[in-house]
Design a protein around this ligand. Structure first.
Ligand code: SF4
Length: 395
């Protein structure tokens, strides 16, 4: 394993225009140094603290962490849906708008097509609004609350198409609505149903159908299956992955359940107290975590596949964001905390091993400290079958 110390390349304030010295061939969303507070001054709560994250075309990125870690705030901020008293205090969220139909590098012959870069945080509100519907779609947790209870499903989908696909005739819109429902595994005759006539799983599928109605290149899903039982949850995830294969969109999937992400994500980022503490290829992060908090998460949820593990959870509770502990905010709960942990913020460390590159925010990984065996396991090699996400298992 090799190690590079210092700020992450993703958090540097380099040029953002495509075509300059950054690899934009596959970039879709590039979040750099994002910070979000709730409130102002001394009472401000730092909900997201200097977070950097990239999503490439066709990639599924999972964002994990306990409640209050800043996952949803990050999603609301980058989609410009943050409400008062949320305030973006720093950073960028650059969305690369690729020519239609070129969701993956292979579709464009690699770097032939050039995207338009839009900063979702600062560019004109109308530009961002248009992108939010046509290029970035958002699926929220509770489909029952997101769907209008007095509108039939068909009317809901029709409204979206009427607003954004002005050239479509009524018959074309109806045909498209039927196609969308069938895409998510619901019979077209359900277009005449009201939301309360559908099960929880069907309502969430309808939300996904609405989200993909305009062929977005990025789907942001905020705890979309949390309220559903595990069987329905799994069916929805399978449908989602099939849809992604067909339509080619990328996904930012937010959940507190790390074991769920192992099934679908290419990359997983873990947040704690507003900070991104580890980011790595999904299987490598799950099998060989480098951060003590990630290790705790892997022992908090049983995996559907693979060896049985004793679930130990994580001692203590997440910090009150109004009084975040000094140094590493995880130190009061960390079994491996050292003197330095309470005094100094750990740097972002970039590690390289057989699984690829990962970023870790922990003093243990700085090369000057002995790493406990639990945080020094051998990860699956990049490209191996064991390293790829699969709905069929992790073994
Ligand atoms: Fe634990 Fe220290 Fe690493 Fe924080 S920096 S996770 S307290 S070892």
């Amino acid at each position: 394993m090799t190690l590079a110390k210092g700020p992450s390349p993703l958090s540097s304030s380099g040029p953002r225009s495509p075509g300059r010295n950054r690899q934009v061939a596959d970039l879709l969303l590039e979040v750099r140094g994002l910070s979000v507070d709730y409130g102002f001054g001394e009472d401000a709560v730092h909900a997201v603290d200097d977070v950097s994250l990239t999503i490439r075309r066709g990639e599924v990125v999972g964002l994990a962490g306990e409640s209050g870690s800043g996952k949803s705030t990050l999603a609301f901020a980058v989609t410009r849906l943050l409400r008062d008293p949320g305030v973006i205090t720093g950073g960028e969220a650059v969305f690369y708008e690729w020519p239609e139909g070129s969701y993956r590098a292979a579709d464009t012959g690699g770097i032939a097509a050039q995207p338009r870069a839009v900063d979702l945080l600062t560019d004109d509100r109308e530009v961002v609004r248009a992108i939010r519907w046509s290029d970035i779609a958002v699926v929220f947790q509770s489909a029952l609350h997101a769907l209008n209870p007095v509108l039939r499903i068909g009317r809901l989908i029709d409204d979206v198409l009427k607003t954004h696909e002005k050239g479509m005739s009524r018959a074309q819109r109806k045909a498209r609505a039927e196609e969308l429902l069938e895409l998510v595994g619901i019979s077209a005759d359900r277009l005449s149903s009201y939301p309360h006539e559908l099960s929880g799983g069907m309502r969430q599928r309808v939300m996904i159908a609405v989200a993909v109605a305009l062929n977005p290149s990025l789907l942001v899903m905020d705890e979309p299956t949390t309220a559903l039982d595990v069987v329905i949850q799994r069916e929805i995830l399978e449908s989602l992955m099939e849809l992604r294969e067909k339509l080619g969109f990328s996904v930012l999937f937010i959940t507190h359940d790390l074991s769920l992400l192992i099934e679908i994500a290419d990359t997983i980022a873990v947040m704690y107290a507003g900070r991104l503490v580890e980011k790595a290829p999904a299987k490598a992060l799950f099998r060989a975590p480098r951060h003590p908090y990630t290790y705790g998460l892997t022992r908090s949820f049983p995996s559907l596949h693979g060896d049985k593990k004793t679930m130990t959870g994580i001692e203590g509770s997440p910090p009150d964001l109004r009084k975040v502990p000094s140094g590493c905010p995880f130190h009061p709960r960390c079994a491996w905390a050292m003197d330095i942990c309470a005094k100094q913020d750990p740097p972002v460390l970039t590690l390289h091993d057989a699984s690829g590159t990962r970023e870790v925010l922990c003093w243990l990984q700085d090369g000057a400290h002995e790493i406990p065996p639990e945080l020094n396991k051998v990860p699956p090699a990049a490209g191996s079958a064991a390293a790829r996400p699969s709905m069929r298992g992790t073994t």
